[in-house]
Design a protein around this ligand. Structure first.
Ligand code: ATP
Ligand code: MG
Length: 234
């Protein structure tokens, strides 16, 4: 289980996170929701270790990893799919996927993982030799999530998965995420599509201006009057 408690973080003098606390169970989908600039991406960056926490703790299975390097966290199974996908456009789909498995290159299971991802996302198999830069938006997002899976994550954090995708692709991607979670990966989804995210997620946490204000089951969050007013227009 991953637990973050009282996280604070800065960009220079600007305090982006003030008090972020929530827990991720060992499997299932958890949504991290909030308005633009609330601190969602920053929270993922602190959990993945690319931005240091100035206060608070990140605990993985009871062990304090607040000071661990980002490489160490990837080795421990914490993997982030970045916002904006960040694929290598001049490499093929397969080359991008294989790069995702770099941290696990010594275990000899890259091929096995690749085949598994192709069977879950047949579209990627069809496109394996195509340059990533020439994929459609939805295909790029699949490739980015596939690349994250190549690292054999126990925690997969996906930032704005549905951004810019057609509704039918969004539904497909959420279905795929549920499948991954059912196999024992804990998925943390950062989303602006609150309704969609709550449908896909088991649990949700809401962040406002760098402070987490609500956490609960999707059902609890959906029925919270304040949440309904602020995020669901009801
Ligand atoms: N590299 C940076 N340098 C300075 N300020 C930053 C930087 N990255 C983010 N911020 C600021 O930190 C705050 C939180 O940003 P963050 O990207 O975490 O928000 P977010 O919740 O992911 O928003 P969005 O939904 O728009 O992606 C914002 O006010 C943003 O302007
Ligand atoms: Mg963001």
């Amino acid at each position: 289980m991953l637990k973050v408690e009282g996280l604070a973080a800065y960009y220079g003098d600007f305090q982006a996170l003030e008090n972020v606390s929530f827990e991720l169970p060992d499997s299932g989908v958890t949504a991290l929701l909030g308005a633009n600039a609330a601190g969602k991406t920053t929270t993922l960056r602190v959990i993945s270790g690319v931005l240091p926490a100035t206060a608070g703790t990140v605990t993985l299975d009871g062990e304090d990893i607040t000071q661990a390097s980002s490489e160490e966290r990837v080795r421990r199974g914490i993997v982030q799919v970045p916002e904006g996908r960040k694929l290598f456009g001049t490499l093929t789909v397969e080359e991008n996927l294989l790069l995702g498995g770099f941290s696990r290159r010594k275990d000899g299971k890259s091929r096995e993982r690749l085949d598994r991802i192709y069977s879950m996302l047949p579209k990627l198999a069809e496109r394996r030799t195509q340059l990533a830069g020439s994929l459609s938006g939805g295909e790029q997002q699949m490739c980015a999530v596939g690349r994250g899976l190549m690292a054999d994550p126990s925690i997969l954090m996906i930032d704005e998965m549905s951004l810019g995708l057609a509704p039918v692709i969004v539904t497909q991607m959420f279905g795929f995420v549920k499948e991954i979670a059912a196999e024992g990966v804990s998925v943390l989804l950062v989303e602006q599509h609150v309704q969609h995210a709550l449908n896909a997620a088991d649990r949700a946490t809401i962040i406002e201006k760098g402070v987490t204000t609500h956490s609960g089951t999707s059902e609890e969050i959906r029925n919270d009057p304040k949440v309904r007013e602020a995020y669901l227009g009801a």
